[in-house]
Design a protein around this ligand. Structure first.
Ligand SMILES: [Zn+2]
Length: 253
């Protein structure tokens, strides 16, 4: 049905930059424990109230050359970056997924992962409020689209959590410090809920490859990445989760 198709992707793509703008506020305020609002309310430098014209995704930023309209302080790439990333998630979901329900589910998953991975890369935490809702959402979605197989998703969530929780506890016991956080275990539980237990090995393998690649790039670009440096694993795991949900496990079952 062509109508459904339009509802599926056109609206997702129109909404995406605005959602991205909201995610930017969420990413800034969640780790700081500040109340989350639907939009930025004031310029952080001059405190002038921002109007709707100041908050139009990407366009406001371009029209004001990336500066505050009132005090001319450079605003940085953070908000337009998140807005463009949220748009990229919607375009990617629309290109990869066949129907409107899945496109919207994919957008919600991708936007949650984008926000969680960004917070993790800045603060080394994966906020529960972004990760935990993905667990029931994944199980319910798959119970809806494949009623006979939702137990695979439930088992996937349990195995995902148990696997990383055990590694995390063992590592903490051996090295007396945290290597893999429980946030990563909750994210792998969410991955299991979406890709099923069959997809979990692919998520773990791809996540490890992306994580190592990130460490290598950081080391080559002169960042001091040693054994003790804490690197966020969330972004690598989130990307692996997204790819395996969209395209299936590395070795099709
Ligand atoms: Zn200002």
């Amino acid at each position: 049905m062509i109508g459904n198709y339009w509802i599926g992707w056109v609206w997702a793509i129109i909404a995406a930059p605005f959602i991205g703008s909201f995610l930017g506020v969420l990413i800034q305020r969640l780790p700081a424990g500040m109340p989350v609002a639907w939009a930025r309310s004031a310029c952080p430098h001059c405190d002038r109230r921002l109007s709707a014209a100041d908050l139009f995704p990407v366009a406001s930023w371009l029209l004001s050359s990336g500066r505050c309209r009132y005090c001319a302080t450079p605003l940085g790439m953070f908000y337009p970056g998140i807005e463009i990333a949220a748009l990229a998630v919607a375009v990617w979901a629309a290109a990869a997924l066949p129907d409107p329900l899945l496109i919207w589910a994919g957008c919600l998953l991708g936007w949650s992962l984008l926000a969680a991975a960004t917070v993790d890369s800045r603060h080394l935490i994966l906020p529960d409020i972004l990760v935990l809702p993905l667990i029931p959402a994944g199980i319910l979605l798959h119970a809806w689209i494949a009623p006979g197989q939702w137990t695979d998703n439930l088992v996937g969530a349990l195995i995902g959590f148990a696997l990383f929780a055990v590694i995390s506890l063992a590592y903490r016991g051996m090295r007396r410090r945290e290597g893999l956080g429980l946030g990563d275990a909750k994210l792998l539980a969410a991955a299991g809920a979406w890709v099923g237990w069959v997809g979990l090995p692919s998520v773990v393998l791809l996540g490890a490859i992306f994580g190592l690649a990130t460490a290598l790039v950081l080391r080559m670009t002169g960042r001091n990445v040693g054994r003790v440096t804490e690197l966020p694993f969330g972004p690598a795991l989130a990307l692996a989760f997204w790819l395996v949900w969209l395209y299936g496990p590395l070795v099709p079952a």
